[in-house]
Design a protein around this ligand. Structure first.
Ligand SMILES: [Fe+2]
Length: 254
């Protein structure tokens, strides 16, 4: 029985995610702000047991101490980031796995946005929680890591099954789409996605989570290897890493 997923908008444009089993036991991924998360738990009658943290930025951890039942929560995060995350009960590294709500969780190091950024992949439910690494139609800004490192991180997501739901940390899809259209102008799937995104946002909906199939078809940061993109950014003979590096620099200046 797959876990039930609830997407919780927080702060201005953050997302937190709740997952729960049939018994109503829940886990939270990232804690930007407690009030909307506590309200969602109450509405669904779920009991929060565990909090997973993707990275140390304040807008992913700030709400932790005001969560319902805080004293009994098990907090999980990256071993590499233990020194600057809230106190962890369990710390994991790339390649580790653990059991959560009866399901296997695989941990990937997806550094680049920060060093020590991790993602959580739940193969049985087909969910990946990518924080600010792989994002809808984009990838996180490189505050601590190199473009090469982020490219390696993107390649870890690229191998997951197409139906995987990508649960990422922000609603940036519309602006990401405006940039993507400039470097992948002939991509029909991207043009359709941009139209769909505008429609969803006009109705107040969320464009996150997305599917990995959609990201592969439209996200330039998963498509740095495409000859059409390399040509569009003026680097027809570039390696995939060089192409990714230029894409990231262009996005920063966009
Ligand atoms: Fe961040």
């Amino acid at each position: 029985m797959p876990l039930t997923l609830a997407t919780v908008p927080c702060l201005e444009d953050n997302y937190a995610f709740l997952i729960a089993n049939d018994a109503g036991e829940a886990a939270l991924v990232d804690a930007p702000e407690a009030a909307p998360i506590n309200a969602e738990l109450e509405k669904r009658g779920w009991s929060l047991k565990t909090v997973l943290l993707t990275h140390h930025h304040w807008d992913h951890v700030e709400g932790l101490d005001s969560l319902t039942g805080r004293d009994d929560l098990t907090v999980i995060g990256a071993k590499a980031d233990e020194h600057r995350l809230p106190t962890l009960d369990h710390a994991y590294s790339d390649g580790d796995s653990f059991t959560l709500l009866g399901e296997e969780v695989q941990v990937f190091d997806v550094s680049g946005h920060t060093l020590g950024h991790i993602a959580f992949y739940l193969p049985a439910s087909g969910l990946v929680f990518s924080g600010d690494s792989l994002m809808a139609l984009g990838c996180g800004r490189l505050f601590e890591g190199s473009p090469e490192l982020m490219h390696d991180s993107m390649n870890k997501f690229a191998t997951l099954p197409e139906t995987t739901l990508v649960c990422s940390g922000h609603e940036y899809t519309a602006s990401n789409g405006r940039f993507a259209a400039t470097v992948d102008p002939d991509n029909k799937a991207l043009a359709l996605r941009n139209i769909e995104t505008a429609k969803i946002r006009a109705q107040g909906g969320f464009t996150v989570p997305s599917t990995l199939a959609l990201e592969r078809a439209t996200n330039p940061f998963l498509r740095a290897n495409e000859p059409s993109i390399k040509s569009a950014i003026g680097l027809p003979n570039a390696t995939d890493k060089e192409s990714f590096t230029k894409l990231r620099a262009m996005k920063d200046a966009f």
